[in-house]
Design a protein around this ligand. Structure first.
Ligand SMILES: [Zn+2]
Length: 147
C-alpha cells in the first residue's frame, strides 16, 4: 500500500508566498491538529532564491536547502515554486514525515486518497528511517540556538 499524502505534513509554497518569503528572515512553520495542538514544526530560513528547512532528525537537527524557482505569474509578477531536492522537478508542495527530509509527492511515493481505488494494488514502499544516501545529502549540524 502506498502512503497517502494526508499522512504527511505538506509545506505549500502558496501559503509561504502569503507574506513569508522575505529574504534573510527565519520563522517557525507549525502544523497543528484540527483542535490546534502542535504536531510538527520546521524552522524556515528564507534566502534570495532558496529556503533552508531546519528540522530534528534523530538526536540532532538537519538543514535541508531547497531551491526556489520563479515563473511569470498570470497578472505579471512572479510565482515561486520549490525545486524538489531529490528530482529537481518544479513543485508547489513538499511532503515530510518527522525525521525525514522534504521531497515532492512522487519522490515520497505518495498517493492522493482519491487515487487509491483507481490504482493497481502493488505493494509500494512504506517509509522507513532515513537512508544513508539521504543523510549524505543533508548537512546535519547543531545550530547555536538549539541546545
Ligand atoms: Zn521529487
Amino acid at each position: 500500500m502506498k502512503a497517502l499524502v494526508t499522512e504527511f505534513h505538506a509545506l505549500d509554497i502558496t501559503q509561504l508566498n502569503r507574506g513569508w518569503l522575505h529574504p534573510n528572515t527565519t520563522f517557525d512553520w507549525v502544523w497543528r491538529t484540527n483542535k490546534g495542538a502542535q504536531i510538527a514544526t520546521v524552522k524556515i530560513t528564507v534566502l534570495e532564491s532558496a529556503v533552508e528547512l531546519w528540522f530534528p532528525i534523530e538526536s540532532t537537527r538537519a538543514i535541508q536547502p531547497v531551491s526556489l524557482i520563479y515563473s511569470a505569474g498570470p497578472q505579471g509578477g512572479k510565482r515561486p515554486w520549490f525545486a524538489c531536492p531529490q528530482c529537481e522537478r518544479r513543485v508547489g508542495i513538499l511532503y515530510h514525515v518527522p525525521s525525514r527530509p522534504f521531497f515532492c509527492r512522487r519522490c515520497c511515493d505518495l498517493a492522493y486518497p482519491s487515487q487509491y481505488q483507481a490504482r493497481n494494488r502493488s505493494y509500494g514502499r512504506r517509509f522507513r528511517g532515513i537512508t544513508q544516501r539521504e543523510r549524505e545529502r543533508l548537512s546535519v549540524s547543531r545550530p547555536p540556538d538549539c541546545q
